[in-house]
Design a protein around this ligand. Structure first.
Ligand code: UDP
Ligand code: MG
Length: 332
């Protein structure tokens, strides 16, 4: 296990088309990191940006070598970018933060305080979100559903924004999973964890890089990676359908034998059309639902067994390529 630490704090910042916010981010970072009074590095993971992000990051690295850059060959996604950052972070503590300043770097000082008290993970909990109502409701609902169905205790309203100690990072780095949901895995590692509350600002500049499709993907990754309830659902639903159909069966037999009238008809007049149609549709629906759930798991198993590299690095600045990186080019 490589526990080498070149600095005290490594900060990982995934960036996808964040050109507009980078100048502001650099200023705020330099100020709050200086206030921490420790040795640090910032690893920007350029997740296949198509704007001027990579040029800006290169310029930032030139001006401040502690700003290091890992550029992907294409967009691999936010969670993968964080993971790649983790594999390069050399700090005794490792922080994760969004580029858009929704996670204010000023909070880092209270995180560091908690870490020095002996905690291994300090995660930020969003007390308030300055986002549109629909998104706020969706987030609140998602975290509550996840809490109900997940087999581990994932704290409510905590995102990826956190600082972790080296042992936690080593555990995370050694996980071979491809469909990563960091906030779940982080909770899963155990150790001593604590939350610090903060108000989530609105994005400082630019547009969200998380369209609905990516958000749904993240949410389903969270649920399917930490719960087998959807699979077990088939047992409960199956049991329910079995009992209901048995009841219906007994009723139909009694209706035929005793010849009483039900809804104005005897069984002999109506040879079971409604029962058949309802039963068929209901069972069809239940089967499709369960098949879909099983499909979600199989799809994830498939992507795991393919064993493709999780990311491909196009270029590194201030970082030596290692382990999983498939590197095309590094700085001279
Ligand atoms: N991000 C990324 N790859 C992506 C999408 C987003 O690295 O495919 C980064 C993005 O640059 C930002 C962070 O992930 O630093 C969170 O994205 P964003 O702020 O757009 O999400 P939101 O806060 O709107 O949910
Ligand atoms: Mg954001």
């Amino acid at each position: 296990m490589n526990f080498a630490k070149n600095c005290e704090l490594s900060l990982i910042i995934p960036c996808y088309n964040e050109a507009e916010v980078l100048p502001l981010l650099a200023t705020r970072l330099l100020k709050s990191l200086a206030a921490l009074n420790l040795s640090w590095e910032v690893i920007f993971v350029d997740d296949g940006s198509v704007d001027t992000t990579s040029q800006q990051l290169a310029a930032m690295h030139l001006a401040e070598p502690r700003f290091k850059v890992l550029s992907f060959s294409r967009n691999f996604g936010h969670q993968t970018a964080i993971y790649a950052g983790l594999s390069h972070a050399s700090g005794q503590w490792v922080g994760i933060m969004d580029a858009d300043l929704q996670d204010p770097p000023e909070i880092l000082s209270s995180c560091m305080e908690k870490l020095r008290e002996g905690y291994d993970v300090v995660y930020a909990v969003r007390r308030k979100r300055k986002e549109n109502l629909l998104k706020r409701i969706a987030y609140a609902l998602f975290y509550r559903i996840l809490k109900q169905v997940a087999e581990i205790d994932i704290p409510l309203d905590s995102g990826d924004f956190c600082v972790m100690s080296r042992p936690v990072v080593e555990v995370l780095r050694q996980l071979p999973e491809r469909n990563v949901f960091l906030r779940g895995l982080r909770a899963w590692t155990g150790f001593r964890q604590i939350g610090v509350e903060y108000e989530r600002e609105a994005r400082a500049a630019g547009e969200t890089k998380y369209p609905l499709k990516k958000l749904v993907r993240l949410a389903t990754d969270g649920i399917f990676a930490f719960s087998t309830l959807p699979l077990r659902l088939s047992i409960y639903l199956g049991l329910f359908v079995l009992l209901a159909s048995m009841g219906l069966g007994f009723f139909n037999i009694a209706w035929r034998i005793f010849g009483f009238r039900f809804m104005g008809h005897t069984a002999a007049e109506l040879p079971g059309w409604t029962t058949l149609v309802c039963g068929m549709l209901f069972l069809g629906g239940v089967q499709l639902l369960i098949l879909g759930c099983i499909g979600e798991y199989i799809g994830r198993i498939y992507s795991e067994v393919k064993q493709r590299p999780r990311w491909i690095v196009r270029e590194t600045l201030g970082l030596a390529p290692q382990g999983e990186d498939r590197v095309a080019r590094t700085e001279p």
